[in-house]
Design a protein around this ligand. Structure first.
Ligand SMILES: *Cc1c(COP(=O)(O)O)cnc(C)c1O
Length: 434
């Protein structure tokens, strides 16, 4: 049975479920499996349904913690949407064998559905969780909140509290956050995103709230990380070749999942960490004295991260020489991002979101720089319809709408205001009736 250990090595190893519920280790580190199992090669060599493959990969990590059968059931229920691999044909010398792996066909239209939905259903397999109840508390400024709310809503014993900064998310994001869902309450906080995060941190540190079993479900949670290996396996399976993966990155969770899969045996030629102007990690790969920064705002706002939380995991998983050899960094500014969205639309009639565009530019630069004939797979992390203003600004027309987002306009909503004060959040958490 594989235990889960902290990246900082100062806390005791724990079970998977404990790592899932805690999120962060007591020493402030992030959980990782203490050893990486070898995944059977049949997983990407032989045809199989996506959810079966994803389930099998997870059971290799979770055996002894959660029954294999329960893992398969959880994964099939969570990953019940398609994961298409589309070829991207752009004119030019280095553009053969480029692919977009569309990770945005889940209910909230970003790749975060993979981790959040699977994590929720893995937690719900535990009868003790259902009986004693847990509270998922999330501060959000974008895609995470809706993915978590959707993923956890209606599961036995689980209630969700979402906090977002009032007036600081887009209209569509807000509609996704405040849609009324069973077991979920959403609060518009009178403050900034940092205030929301401080409230959450304060609640976790508050001993008088211990009995509520607070859990964070944010992107540092190892329960969100492991299910994200699935689509890396899927792409290698479809292409039947080692692949260069280009991952649009912010907190580096998505990239870390790919690195885990490669350490478990998946043939990955190289990783490209595609960042926007928040370029700490690409800089670090050139110069290990680079330091974390404050984040700057860009068009690809889900990647506006100055201090990527999963950096700590990557350092633990790979020695520095392997890190710089296995991963190439790229930092793409807004101008190049916008130009790429326009080019892809004009040449292929395809509309991509700004995060995916960062990935495409990084992949093309990689191709121009290296003689490497391996297929390059760009992870397409969000649906363009989530970013109507940015898309319209770049290509001159609004992205095609999606029924799921259109329906939101008619969905019943529920949102309350919350002062950015710890007592206000505590009162909400201690309410008995929902
Ligand atoms: C969260 C997010 C990212 C960044 O993923 P990380 O795991 O934080 O690196 C990229 N694109 C979109 C659309 C996202 O929502």
């Amino acid at each position: 049975m594989i235990q889960f250990v902290s990246t900082r090595g100062m806390s005791a190893p724990v079970s998977f479920v404990e790592a899932l519920v805690r999120g962060l280790a007591p020493d402030g580190g992030l959980y990782l499996p203490e050893r990486i199992p070898r995944l059977p090669e049949e997983l990407w060599q032989d045809a199989g349904a996506f959810d079966q493959m994803a389930g099998q990969a997870l059971t290799e990590f979770l055996r002894g913690h959660i029954d294999d059968a329960a893992v398969y059931t959880a994964v099939s229920a969570a990953l019940d949407f398609p994961v298409p691999l589309q070829s991207l044909s752009l004119a030019g010398e280095h553009t053969e064998d480029l692919y977009l792996l569309e990770l945005f066909h889940g209910p909230t239209l970003s790749f975060k559905d993979f981790g959040a939905r699977t994590m929720a259903r893995l937690l719900a397999t535990r009868s003790d969780v259902a009986k004693e109840g847990i509270t998922v508390l999330v501060a959000t400024s974008g895609d995470t909140g809706s993915a978590v709310a959707d993923g956890f809503s209606g599961l036995p014993g689980i209630r969700v509290i979402l906090l977002y900064p009032r007036g600081q998310v887009s209209r569509l994001q807000e509609l996704q956050l405040i849609a009324k869902r069973p077991g979920v309450r959403t609060f518009a906080v009178e403050g900034s995103f940092d205030d929301c995060q401080d409230l959450v941190k304060g609640a976790f540190a508050d001993l008088s709230l211990r009995h509520l079993q607070l859990t964070s479900a944010n992107s540092i949670n190892v329960g969100r990380l492991l299910p994200q290996m699935s689509y890396y396996l899927h792409a290698v399976h479809v292409l039947q070749s080692p692949v260069v993966f280009c991952t649009p990155s912010g907190n580096l969770g998505n990239l870390t999942a790919g690195v885990l899969a490669s350490l478990a045996g998946l043939p990955v030629r190289r990783f490209i960490a595609a960042h926007n102007s928040n370029s700490f990690f690409p800089e670090f790969l050139h110069d290990s004295s680079a330091a974390f920064r404050r984040s700057v705002r860009t068009l690809s706002n889900a990647m506006d991260v100055g201090a990527p939380s999963n950096f700590e995991r990557l350092r633990r998983l790979l020695p520095e020489s392997a890190l710089t050899e296995r991963i190439e960094g790229a930092s793409i500014d807004d101008e190049a991002t916008r130009a790429c969205m326009r080019r892809v639309f004009e040449e292929c009639g395809q509309v991509v979101d700004p995060h995916t565009a960062v990935g495409i530019v990084a992949a093309l630069r990689y191709r121009a720089r290296h003689r490497d004939d391996h297929p390059v797979v760009i992870l397409s992390t969000a649906h363009p319809a989530k970013f109507p203003e940015t898309v319209a600004d770049a290509i001159g027309i609004a992205p095609p709408s999606v029924a799921r987002l259109d329906d939101l306009a008619d969905t019943e909503t529920r949102v309350d205001l919350l002062a950015a004060r710890p007592e206000a959040l505590r009162a909400v958490l201690l309410e008995r009736d929902w």
